[in-house]
Design a protein around this ligand. Structure first.
Ligand SMILES: *Cc1c(COP(=O)(O)O)cnc(C)c1O
Length: 401
């Protein structure tokens, strides 16, 4: 491998974010390729038996097996860590592998988790169906309400787990307050930052311990691969998460890592432009639909908090129609935007959370999470927003709005 400045933290940590996104983490092979190489290899060879023994003993650096390390994967990890302002990062096969690994690495039987009410359906499922089986209990709080976090703390509370903005209600959590409260009480915070990405929000700047991602969303941003990431301190990532991952195996394929790595080069452009488009589309929807959940609009009750901790509100917002029938009718009338449950994509995608992403929660937990029957979630893409507005206009008209 050729040396490259992208691997030198003493340099890269002082680069500005746009430079980190393009050059951070880059390694070059002896060929001096411009674009990062894709190392499709499961294993590595060694010059001597002693060399491999030294690597396995931890006395020499170098690759051993792609379940442990892979050069393409390490480039992605270094780049995400830089963009996040984190000491270290490990990437995983999916966002859910990231969340599951992070939680399992922190919790033991008898521990307690406090989690936000609005969450990605599978994040809630882990609490109810996996952690529960190992004697790890949880309390669900309305994450917008600082007092509820405080009241939910028990002597055995180990972790605060939440999303901000949350899926699909766009609840905003006061990062400074909630992370500060956790610190005072010796509790670790795990923030799912998928809706924002490090371009729009860096939870560690407000005291978060762990930031976890579905890199499937804004980081890839073009709907190509499933991927996840966990960022944290060097001691925790390399001392706790890394051995867990090495031995349990929720690792990412090098090809998928390479796709996300290239996606990061345009993340800032996409996240900022999609946020701008989502604001324009949101202003239009607000003229036709009474109930909107868009933290970028001044009408949103948490608008000021969102703008304090985010650079822009992001591409996603929700709005509420009368009922499931009207919501589905509107989706069926779309001609440009697609019906799809993905987010962060460069295409405009709409979905009905109650019947899709949040279907397996059942009606009671959906009500608790604020997922209403008439709710539609939209991810605004990079198309011309006027085309999207025209499409939404005719689809809303089709259902009598
Ligand atoms: C999509 C998503 C996940 C799950 O990520 P996958 O990559 O689909 O496994 C978790 N949290 C949030 C907020 C998400 O949007």
């Amino acid at each position: 491998m050729k040396k490259h400045s992208g691997q030198d933290r003493s340099l890269t940590s002082r680069w500005r974010p746009a430079t980190q996104a393009v050059r951070g983490g880059t390694w070059r092979s002896e060929q001096g390729e411009t674009s990062e190489a894709l190392f499709l290899t499961s294993g590595y060879t060694y010059d001597s038996a002693e060399e491999v023994a030294a690597r396995f003993a931890g006395e020499a650096t170098g690759m051993q097996y792609s379940r442990f390390q892979n050069p393409t994967v390490q480039m992605l990890e270094e780049r995400i860590a830089l963009m996040e302002g984190a000491e270290a990062c490990k990437v995983q096969a999916s966002g859910m592998a990231a969340m599951t690994s992070a939680l399992l690495c922190m919790l033991s039987a008898g521990d307690h988790v406090v989690a936000g009410r609005a969450a990605f359906g599978s994040c809630r499922w882990i609490l109810d169906n996996v952690l529960n089986r190992f004697g790890i209990t949880h309390t669900i709080v309305d994450a917008r309400d600082n007092d509820q976090w405080k009241a939910a703390i028990q002597p055995n509370t180990k972790v605060f787990f939440f999303e901000t903005p949350a899926n699909p209600t766009l609840d905003i959590v006061d990062l400074e307050y909630v992370c500060g409260l956790a610190k005072q009480n010796g509790i670790l915070t795990v923030v799912d930052n998928a809706f924002a990405s490090p371009v729009l929000q860096r939870p560690m700047d407000f005291g978060a311990d762990i930031v976890a991602y579905s890199a499937t969303k804004l980081m890839d941003g073009q709907g190509r691969v499933i991927a996840g990431a966990v960022c944290g301190s060097d001691a925790w990532i390399n001392g706790v998460l890394s051995p867990f991952q090495r031995n349990t195996g929720p690792i990412i394929a090098p090809f998928n890592a390479w796709i996300v790595l290239k996606g990061l080069e345009t993340l800032e452009l996409r996240a900022m432009k999609q946020s701008e488009n989502a604001l324009k589309v949101g202003k239009f929807v607000a003229t036709r639909v009474e109930r909107m959940l868009h933290p970028g609009l001044p009408s949103h009750p948490q608008h000021n908090l969102a703008m304090k901790q985010m650079r822009a509100a992001g591409p996603i917002f929700s709005f509420i129609l009368d009922d499931r029938k009207q919501a589905m009718g509107m989706l069926n009338a779309l001609r440009i935007a697609d019906i799809s449950n993905n987010i962060g994509d460069s295409r405009t995608l709409l979905c009905h959370p109650a019947s899709t992403t949040h279907n397996n929660m059942g009606p009671e937990k959906r009500a608790e999470a604020g997922v209403e029957e008439g709710m539609i979630r939209i991810n605004v893409g990079l198309e011309d927003p006027d085309d999207i507005i025209e499409d939404l206009d005719q689809a809303l008209t089709a259902v009598g709005l």
